[in-house]
Design a protein around this ligand. Structure first.
Ligand code: ADP
Length: 500
């Protein structure tokens, strides 16, 4: 393994890589095969460190540890109050180590460090606290039986869960997945994305420090195939929760069907519409549209990659949104004032530039951007196309980059029809001052979350998930607990007791 050094800083930020092994049964260990892989800095493409690479046999080992912790360990058996107390302590540790975690996230993922500190990290500790508070509020129902019987339901933890996360919000995804699963009393095997293994390993160590018992949380670095596939095919994993592409989601569901019919939650891709009506404040609409697509370098499943502008304000909107894009500050994500860092890696960078080419070839109008910036790392100009149609590649496929596509419409009926003209259904946005229009649109958009006069607002209490090919199930909120619980019905006869 590479030497990682101690107390390194970059532009004043601490960026030491301390943990690079697999975290199994409460210990950091090498992969059984001894294999490692390189993880890169998206600013340069340079290697940051070598990380242990989990194979099928490491997944088996982690599942054994999780199974033992579930069948024999204290975690599912302790009171919800006690689990919540440990999770609260974990949240304290995340907050205490926020600076270092934010810097490490930026080093491995490329997002502006200010965003990592102000958005990503607080989201992590908040979601942990949300579910730490939920851990002692999991209860079933008393049944009103139509006979002299007593019936009630128990909400039991589902068992060993496999969690597979992507690279765009490595830490947020880590905590979004583990928090409800931990609160429910499950034990976990989580695989990080191969592009961004570092911060989850750091947080595995914090889990140990917080007092989460060995085997409850196992964290593996590795590739979709073999490690991810070993999780989704595993006969001793009771449930898998996945966030990533629709294509991989399909494979995971197939694997679940072919193995032990494990429960599946999928949070997949999107091609979300933002519908801007004539009565909108144009400045506000421009700001919202800009943030809704360029946030996280466009690498967000909820990105508003289809902007629908009503014809009355179309010209003014287009002029101003182009001016706004040109003011975007792009550069080293560790530098103050930078809005946009590099894309995650060469593969994604090439893919985005290819989509920009498709846009030009298919007859959309390139208004600004379209090029790489510099000759090192993976920086791309904020790009805007107008005259986009729903059947063009850039109009229907998820680009996952800083590419805005602008469409126009005349009537609200047309906005509804075009907005829904997608196989996805993750999110949608509406900009209007008219409450009746807002109500009609929000109830007509076929998506799991709709933002009115705002965009990308998340909360531990706000359920999130997709319609159509954007996924199955909801994450966040109390709804998410049901992903990790199963319902047992218990019935006994009532002898010599009042039956009321
Ligand atoms: P992307 O193309 O954006 O990297 P993916 O959906 O391929 O998105 O990846 C998201 C997560 O899914 C990553 O952790 C990746 O390793 C994992 N993954 C990829 N392929 C598979 C697979 N066949 N089975 C299970 N997990 C997979």
């Amino acid at each position: 393994m590479a030497a990682h050094g101690a107390n390194q800083t970059h532009k004043g930020y601490p960026v030491t890589v301390k943990y690079t092994q697999l975290f199994i049964n409460g210990e950091f260990v090498d992969a059984i095969s001894g294999k490692t892989f390189e993880t890169y800095d998206p600013r340069t493409g340079d290697v940051i460190a070598r990380v242990a690479e989990a194979g099928k046999e490491d997944v088996d080992l982690a599942v054994k540890a999780a199974r033992n912790a579930f069948d024999n360990g204290p975690w599912p058996r302790m009171s919800g109050y006690e689990r919540g107390r440990i999770m609260s302590k974990y949240a304290d540790l995340v907050e205490q180590n926020m600076e270092e975690l934010a810097a490490l996230e930026t080093l491995n993922n490329g997002k502006p460090v200010a965003i990592a500190r102000l958005v990503d990290l607080p989201t992590c500790s908040k979601v942990l606290r949300y579910y730490s508070g939920a851990a002692d509020k999991i209860h079933g129902q008393t049944l009103k039986m139509a006979g002299p019987y007593q019936g009630y339901t128990l909400h039991e933890p589902i068992g060993v869960v496999g969690l597979i996360v992507p690279w765009n919000f490595p830490l947020v995804m880590f905590f979004n997945k583990i928090s409800p699963a931990l609160a429910s009393g499950c034990t976990l095997v989580l695989k990080t994305a191969e592009q961004t293994p570092l911060t989850a390993l750091y947080c595995a160590n914090l889990a140990r420090e917080a007092g989460i018992p060995p085997g409850v949380l196992n964290v593996l670095s590795g590739f979709g195939d073999p490690a991810g596939a070993a999780i989704s095919h595993h006969m001793d994993i009771d449930k898998v929760s996945f966030t990533g592409s629709t294509e991989t989601g399909r494979k995971i569901m197939e694997a679940a069907a072919k193995s032990n019919l494990k429960r599946v939650t999928l949070e997949l891709g999107g091609k979300s519409p933002l519908i801007i009506m004539n009565d909108a404040d144009v400045e506000e609409a421009v700001n919202l549209a800009h943030q809704a697509i360029y946030f996280n370098m466009g690498q967000a499943c909820i990105a508003a990659s289809r902007i629908y502008v009503q014809e009355g304000i179309y010209d003014e909107f287009v002029k101003k949104v182009v001016e706004r894009a040109k003011k975007q500050v792009i550069g080293d994500p560790f530098t103050d004032g930078v809005h946009q860092g590099p894309q995650i890696n060469k593969t994604q960078f090439d893919r985005i530039l290819q989509y920009i080419e498709y846009g030009k070839q298919e007859g959309a109008t390139l208004l600004t951007g379209g090029n790489r910036i510099g000759d090192k790392g993976f920086y791309i100009e904020p790009t805007i196309f107008s005259h986009v149609k729903e059947d063009m590649k850039i109009g229907k496929e998820e680009i996952f980059g800083p590419v805005m596509s602008i469409f126009t419409f005349k009537s609200i009926e047309e906005a509804i029809e075009l907005g829904n003209k997608t196989t996805y259904g993750l999110a949608g946005g509406i900009v209007t001052k008219n409450i009746d229009v807002a109500n009609r649109l929000s109830r007509s958009i076929r998506a799991g979350i709709v933002w009115i006069n705002c965009y990308a607002v998340f909360d531990g209490d706000a359920p999130f998930g997709g319609y159509k090919m954007s996924g199955i199930g909801r994450e966040n909120g109390l709804y998410d607990l049901s992903n990790y619980l199963q319902v047992k019905c218990v019935i006994t006869p009532l002898h010599h007791s009042p039956w009321l």
